[in-house]
Structure formats: C-alpha cells, structure tokens
Write a protein that binds this ligand. Sequence first.
Ligand SMILES: [Zn+2]
Length: 453
Amino acid sequence: MSASNSNFLLTGLTLSDGTSSDIQIAGGVITAIGKSLPKNSDDQVINFNGSVVLPGLVDLHTHLREPGKEDAETVLSGSMAAAKGGYVAISAMANTSPVADTAGVVEQVFALGQSAGFADVFPIGAVTQGLNGEALSEIGAMADSNARVRVFSDDGNCVHDPLVMRRALEYVKKFGGVIAQHAQEPSLTKGAQMNEGEISSRLGLKGWPAVAEEAIIARDVLLADHVQSRLHICHLTTAGGVEIIRWAKARGINVTAEVTPHHLLLTDESATSYDPIFKVNPPLRTQRDVEALREGLADGTIDIVATDHAPHPAENKECEWQEAAFGMLGLESALSIVNQTMVQTGLMNWESVADRMSYAPARIGRYENHGQKIAIGAPAHLTVINPTQTYRVDRDLVASRSRNTPFHGMELTGVIQGTFFRGLPTFLAGKLTSIHNQAIQSNGIQNEGGTAK
Ligand SMILES: [Zn+2]
C-alpha cells in the first residue's frame, strides 16, 4: 500500500514515569518509543513541547441520552465531548428512552458509537426491565449481542430490592459481568434535594443523608461476598462509604468503586448560591468527605474516576432548585479536575492517574482493547495533557449538546493537547475529527456507518 497519512511521530512527550520520549505510530499501533526517534518518510511529526502522555482515557459512567433525548446529547455529540476530554472509550448508561434493557437497544447504541468514530462506546445494560427494580432484563441476550455487554446498571435508580440484587449478581457471574450499583436507599431520600447537614437546614432544602448511600453499599458488598460475584459501586461520595469499601477489600470481597471529578472538587457549600447547576445525584457533600474521597482515590480504595457525565437541556437546569434535574457535564473537564485536585496537590503521580482513568476502568468493564500500558505493539490510544497550562471554562464552547457544566467561569489547570484513538487524532490543535474522515482521506477505507455529521 502507498504511503498514508496515518503514520505519526509524536515528539517532546513526557511519559508517566517522568522521562522524556518520542512515540511513533503506524497502522493504529505504537511502533517505537524512545528519545530522538528517526522520522520515517511518511510520518507526520507533531511536537508536544514536554506535555504528559497517558494511555487513552476510559470512562465507565456516561449518559449519552440517545435514544430518546437527543436534544440533550447524542452518541455523536457525547463522543465528541469524550475526544475533547481525552477519552477513547466511554460507557453509555442504560437510562435512555427506550431503556437499554434488550439486545436491540444496546446494539443500536454500540453501532452509533462505531459510526461516529470518536471513541468506542460500550453500552451498559439495564439490570431490570425498564429500570423498574423488579424483573431482571435480558441480561444474557445483551451479553451475547454484538455489543458484548459486561457492565449492568439501573443507574439513576438504585436496585433496592435485595433479592433482585442477589439474582443479578448471580446471573452476571456466569460470564464475568459486573453489577454497577447506584447506591441510594429510596425511602431515606424521598424528595431529597442536597446533602443532609448544616447547609441543607439553613437553606430549607430536604436533606439526603450519607447513610442512605452507605446502607446500600454495606448491604451489597455483603451480598457480593455471599454469592461470590463482582460488584461495582458508582459515584462514591461519603467518607463512610470509603471506609466500607476499604473494609470490604481488606476482607477480599470482589468490589470496585468510582468517584466523580465533581465530588473531588466541590462541596455542598455551592448550594448556597441556589444555582441548580450544582444539583446532582448523589449530592455534593462536605469538605471532610472530599478529603476522604481524595485519600481513598490516592491509596487505591477507590479504583477509578468516572465522570457521570449527565447532559440536560437548559430548561431543565435554568429553573428553581426544587424543579431542576439532577446532573452535570463531566467528560471535557475530568482530566483537568483530576490534575488539579490529585496531581498538582501531590496526592497522586501520573502513573496512578493512568491507572484510575485508563487501566482500571478498562479492566472493570472488560474492554480488552483499552487500558493498556504505553508499549510497542499496544493499540495507539493516547491522551496528551499540558499539566501546568490553565484555561477558563466556557459553557458556550463545549462539544456536548448541553451546557450544564458547574465549572463555567472557573479557571482549571491542565489542558488537553491531543487525543489519539486507534492511531488517529480525534482531537488535536483544538480540532475534532472523526477517524472515519481521516481514514477516507488517507487510504480510501470505507467506514461501515457513514461519516460524522
Ligand atoms: Zn447514578
């Protein structure tokens, strides 16, 4: 085959261990790593001036709103937000309309992700039919489908019936799946608006006690132990929750846990603005919780950072607090927030960031072609960040179709310089490009699903 545009020599990179290096990419894989690599005649050379290179980021918790709420986000717009944030794989939560509780819906979402060409989109299957918490969904059919679903969650809702949870844990064990639980005891959180504490009483908003989250986590680690299956806890927010996970892991229970960027940075103090941009489920907690979450992420008690990217149209957020929808955007700012809260503070090094945002989420989701160490022969999924450059978040500039970022107007530290998915730049020099467009330009490969619109 003649020379194509799909060979790259990336220079001026800093690896996660701090050493300077170049990386050469050809045919979608890493072909050389080292100082001052010789340029091949067909290489496009890109100099990153010392920026840090990480394995491409993997998100285990993303809401894409397609099918059903395409005014908030589509698989394509969410994939573009992912690429802009350094992600090469995202996991589409099941609470769409219709719910992703059949092989048909998960195959549709998976195919939309492939045709968008900005990241792999791995659908998460619903645990129960219609997220009703009662009858198990077609878990086996979704696992056997083209989407090969391995993660199941009713996220948005808690699987609150312990017998249903037990059956689900038993079912996914057969094929190495995992149940991702949204831990929220429903009767303790009826009508709850924000963290229960001093600030909720002062503002007169119905409180959401930490115990409503912790009681479900405690119950489910015991259930997972009892049936010897694999449990994942979504968006941990409380110091007590971190303690329970630490205890469970010490006992050898097969549990993993995630924390969101917003819970690593923000507290319930933000609610004093009465701006529903800060309304999120689970709620922002106290400074003491934030510190426990950071410590838990640093020591590995919390396995991963997951965005819980939750797009909402303006009318659902620009209203009274009580009426507003729960949720925040997350994909585009996640790595900056982790850089700012964990790396710049000295709590975590870049190799740990690679683990919490790439290796571990890919391992939990069984995403075999992702989360690999940067090495010769590995797929060229890469994220490049300048960790000291700052930028001001502007909600009018997001790639997402919605604008509900709580970081609007804030200055964040760490700017994504490039994202490479299957060896091609999906985000580079501020520009988003689908891999299909590049593949067509370079060697005439037809993509199966058409180009990004
Ligand atoms: Zn959730």
